[in-house]
Write a protein that binds this ligand. Structure first.
Ligand SMILES: NC(=O)c1ccc[n+]([C@@H]2O[C@H](COP(=O)([O-])OP(=O)(O)OC[C@H]3O[C@@H](n4cnc5c(N)ncnc54)[C@H](O)[C@@H]3O)[C@@H](O)[C@H]2O)c1
Length: 257
């Protein structure tokens, strides 16, 4: 097993890519802290991990709130004494242009997607230093290639790539590795929301598959397995990387084909 005796904190692990990552980490031997604003979703992830013989706890967390993240740190240490991996995965997506985005929506998207990476990293770093642990941030191909009607989301995902590289430089000498993952379309919550925001959601979903060289969108576990790799010793000389997991996004056919 690749993550035996490790403790991993995964934000947004109550559904989608986060849940798939929590299950995959547990299968590889990690004890998992399932952090999510949606406690019911987090508890269901924990139930599935325990059903597979793994160890996990659920912590209701709002990654945008400093006091909530500090509670997450305290509960992690209380349950498992130490932490080796932080997977900053929680995010929301406002499917609007800048003009149509309200100030409240903008602030919330920045505070969850980018602020959440900042707060969780800030408060877990002292503990990751003790284990020479690692941070994995969930960015997106939208950090490189933008799409219509999600301006704020694209901005946060591009910023996460920069923040990843900056943290890698600052903490590399302490043995802490910091990488990010840039998935293409994945069959999970945020992509579903984007399809629903289009005039014809079914057509949008079909078209999205063809944007990828593999002519399909990805599955959450296909991202989760890369997160396991980055968390493991197999990635011991990787830091500051933006690892693209996108089925060849941008090299498929245009949506009209
Ligand atoms: N689905 C895709 O196509 C896709 C593509 C590229 C990148 N990503 C990235 O993958 C990650 C997961 O996306 P997903 O599609 O699985 O989404 P999802 O909606 O299925 O899961 C996101 C989880 O984050 C939680 N969350 C939201 N706000 C939170 C907060 N303030 N504090 C704590 N938890 C909060 C939600 O409750 C939810 O369980 C995101 O970072 C997203 O940007 C997704």
């Amino acid at each position: 097993m690749k993550l035996e005796n490790r403790v991993a904190v995964i934000t947004g692990a109550g559904s989608g890519i986060g849940r798939a990552s929590a299950l995959e980490f547990a299968r590889e031997g990690a004890r998992v802290v399932v952090a999510d604003l949606n406690l019911a979703g987090a508890l269901e992830t924990v139930r599935q991990i325990k059903a597979g013989g793994g160890q996990a706890i659920a912590v209701e967390t709002d990654v945008a709130r400093p006091e909530s993240v500090q509670t997450l740190v305290a509960q992690t240490l209380e349950a498992f004494s130490q932490v080796h991996v932080l997977l900053n995965n929680a995010a929301i997506q406002v499917n609007k242009t800048v003009e149509d985005t309200t100030v409240e929506e903008w602030n919330r998207e920045i505070n969850v997607n980018l602020g959440g990476v900042f707060l969780c990293s800030k408060f877990f770093l002292p503990h990751l230093r003790q284990t020479r642990g690692c941070i994995i941030n969930m960015s997106s191909v939208n950090g490189f290639f933008v799409e219509p009607m999600c301006a704020g989301y694209c901005a946060t995902k591009a910023a996460i790539i920069g923040l990843t590289k900056a943290m890698a430089i600052d903490h590399g000498k302490e043995g802490i590795r910091v990488n990010c993952i840039c998935p293409g379309y994945i069959d999970a919550g945020l992509a579903w929301g984007y399809f629903e925001a289009q005039p014809d959601p079914a057509a949008a979903r079909a078209a999205a598959g063809k944007l990828h060289a593999l002519w399909r969108i990805g599955r959450p576990e296909e991202v989760a397995r890369v997160a396991v790799f980055l968390a493991s010793d197999e990635a011991s000389f990787m830091t500051g990387s933006a690892v693209v997991v996108d089925g060849g996004f941008g090299s498929g056919l245009p949506p009209s084909s």
